[in-house]
Design a protein around this ligand. Structure first.
Ligand code: ATR
Length: 280
């Protein structure tokens, strides 16, 4: 009888990480494709991060996702990094290879895939307003800018981050007009086609909407990358205004499918993973 292959370990590194939905979708995909692997949660405090990173081989870990607050921190541990992840300055997917760690960022591509494939929105020639300029915003904006939109305007509390993001988009993107907005009003939501909230405002049930409702209009697609059981105030107020809306579950699904493909070399079973998330 042939010896059974040892089970391979994947997972998500974060702190906190225990509420992650990623184990559900990846474990469902492994089971469906009969891959002997399991996806775990690695909730590692900052004081133990170095130790964790040095114990990957011993633990049988072949790949992992990275979430808050480590997406930027892990970059320094990578032996190789994709040009996109380097441009974004953050890694959300790590492949453990014989020669060291390779870092990817599947967040931006996941966002664009969901936008185009499921929501039928092509950013080419469209006007886009983005709230926030942190790691998630950089991933989203770098990929949006590649699609030749007519305008990307970004507003963030900390303006230095907006400027740094604009610089990256200017160098690498193909966007006709870039605006580092000084206020939400300067985002020009009035004639925008797409509004993306990448800030963490909305994560907690009592959070206000980051956008005054009077700025929203029915021709706007409002995408809030926050995913949680409750509907964010931004999305409920957008619905009231007749906007099309999306939460971040689709982005989670697509970035997970891309990570799955990187690790296993197999086509991710979209329906199985989507069902495991409860359906986007
Ligand atoms: P992520 O990787 O999820 O993007 P991040 O890099 O820490 O996480 O970015 C968080 C984003 O949410 C930032 O744009 C942050 O704004 P600042 O750069 O000004 O801190 C934004 N953010 C967080 N809390 C906020 C709040 N209460 N109001 C407005 N923006 C907020």
């Amino acid at each position: 009888m042939r010896k059974k292959e040892p089970s391979i370990i994947y997972g998500v590194l974060g702190y906190p990480a225990k509420h992650s939905l990623s184990p559900r979708m990846h474990n469902a995909a492994f089971e469906y494709l009969k891959i002997r692997a399991s996806y775990k949660i690695f909730e590692i405090p900052p004081s133990e991060l170095k130790l964790f990173m040095s114990s990957l081989g011993r633990r049988g870990i072949k790949g992992f996702n990275v979430t808050i607050p480590y997406k930027q921190t892990v970059v320094s541990f990578m032996k190789k990094i994709t040009p996109e992840a380097l441009m974004i300055g953050a890694v959300n997917t790590v492949e453990v290879t014989k020669t060291g760690l390779k870092g990817y960022n599947t967040d931006g591509e996941g966002f664009i895939s969901h936008l185009k494939e499921d929501l039928g929105f092509d950013p080419k020639g469209r006007k886009i307003a983005v709230l926030g300029a942190g790691g998630a915003s950089r991933a989203v904006c770098v990929y949006l800018a590649k699609c030749a939109p007519a305008r990307i305007a970004v507003f963030n509390r900390d303006r230095s981050k907006t400027i740094s993001l604009m610089h990256a988009l200017n160098v690498h993107g193909s966007c006709s007009e870039l605006t580092a907005a000084d206020s939400i009003k300067e985002l020009k939501i009035g004639d925008a086609d797409l509004l993306v909230n990448t800030t963490s405002v909305g994560m907690n049930p009592g959070d206000p909407s980051p956008v005054p409702q009077e700025l929203l209009h029915k021709d706007l697609l409002v995408y809030d990358i926050v995913y949680s059981k409750h509907q964010t105030k931004l999305l409920s107020e957008s619905r009231e205004k007749g906007c099309r809306v999306s939460n971040g579950l689709g982005m989670l699904l697509y970035q997970g499918m891309l990570s799955f493909g990187i690790w296993t070399g197999r086509k991710a079973p979209k329906k199985v993973m989507n069902d495991a998330l409860g359906g986007i």
